[in-house]
Design a protein around this ligand. Structure first.
Ligand code: NAD
Ligand code: MG
Length: 333
């Protein structure tokens, strides 16, 4: 995989100078990109729906805000930082009719493009700058003088210089200080979806709940089960992030290390690996993207019911109480 060496700052400024950049959406990613671009000297306009609850916060952050279609008009770069599931409709309604010939259309996640949910005209250049971290961190690291690593990709490139625009954009939001890795819309979308489903969000939360339930069913105090199975996750995750899995084992007790090595594979065995392959196949075939957009189109009722079921789980009650009574156990917000 190619790790891109960021260009010199002067080259960077030249590449984006004079190009108006419309950042559509002012949520997790939008607020970070718009402010970082502005602070990097770029000409930024935020595009929002009329009446958006995010209009006032964007103005209070000192940004110029216009309605989506007006923000797109006259912008050379348009960054789609709307929820993935609404990007196709907003693109068709407000973006496509106003997009300048030869404009650059950017994304922070490849789903809409990779699975053909949004198909730009042949004269539109498309690029991907996907920060590998949440928006709050994209902003905080930038302010501290650092950045979050970004995946970079190019889709359509009739202009012939879309990769330069993507690299310049990634550097302007701070990514160049942390590292830029080159990939494609398809690979970013598939690995990102698989990771969040099987490992980071779906896999991890179910692993935590299963551990909690096992202990509570066996008669242990829920507080003990919560601290052991949920609270301590972050400490181990921090060690893994810093030192790798083998390195993490040098920072835990010999007893924990022996238990890990002799028992971990019994928990995540062949059945889990088979389920992971099945989930990856659904992602790659586009079945997941179809299912998700159909759920969105149908009003997300199944999604809400599933979220309510999990919000009612006892781990949430014991967790809320412990976090309120022992705030010192939490890391700074
Ligand atoms: P978000 O839900 O936090 O914010 C989206 C914003 O879009 C809202 O704040 C609002 O300003 C606007 N919006 C919402 N609904 C709209 C509608 N119907 N019409 C017009 N505007 C609307 O979204 P996000 O998490 O910042 O995600 C934006 C993109 O960034 C997605 O492609 C996502 O996959 C990607 N991404 C997000 C993160 C993350 O940290 N959350 C990380 C990497 C990539
Ligand atoms: Mg994701």
């Amino acid at each position: 995989m190619n790790i891109i060496r960021p260009p010199e700052p002067e080259q960077l400024a030249l590449r984006l100078r004079g190009l108006r950049i419309a950042v559509l959406g002012y949520g997790a990613q939008g607020h970070a990109h718009a402010q970082n671009l502005r602070d990097a000297g770029c000409d930024v306009v935020v595009g929002l729906r009329r009446g958006s609850p995010r209009w006032e916060p964007a103005c209070l952050d000192g940004l110029h805000v216009e309605e989506t279609a007006a923000a797109v008009s006259g912008s050379r770069v348009v960054m789609m930082l709307l929820p993935d599931e609404v990007q196709p409709e907003v693109y068709a309604r407000d973006v496509a009719p106003r997009l300048e010939a030869g404009a650059y259309l950017g994304f922070a996640h490849g789903l809409a493009i990779a699975f053909g949910k949004l198909v730009p005209g042949p004269r539109v250049n498309t690029f991907l700058v996907a920060p590998k971290g949440p928006g709050t961190l994209v902003r905080r690291r930038f302010v501290e003088g650092g950045g979050v690593p970004c995946l970079i990709g190019v889709g359509q490139d009739p202009a012939g210089d879309t990769r330069d625009v993507a690299v310049a954009y990634a550097c302007a939001i701070g990514g160049g200080r942390a590292g830029l890795l080159e990939t494609t819309f398809r690979d970013e979308a598939e690995t990102d979806l698989f990771g969040e489903q099987a490992v980071l969000c779906g896999g991890l939360s179910e692993l935590i709940r299963a551990g909690f339930e096992t202990l509570v069913e066996a008669g242990y105090a829920p507080e003990l089960a919560y601290l052991e199975c949920l609270h301590e996750c972050k400490q181990v995750a921090d060690l893994i992030q810093r030192h790798g899995i083998a390195g993490m084992r040098q920072h835990i007790s010999h007893t924990a290390c022996y238990g890990d090595l002799s028992r971990g594979r019994r928990v995540i065995g062949p059945a889990v690996r088979a389920a992971m392959r099945e989930i990856l196949a659904e992602v790659r075939s586009g079945a997941f993207a179809d299912e998700w957009l159909a759920e969105h189109a149908g009003g997300c009722e199944r999604m809400r019911a599933a979220a309510q079921r999990d919000a009612d789980h006892p781990i949430e009650q014991v967790g809320a109480r412990l976090r309120a009574e022992l705030p010192m156990m939490l890391p700074p917000a």
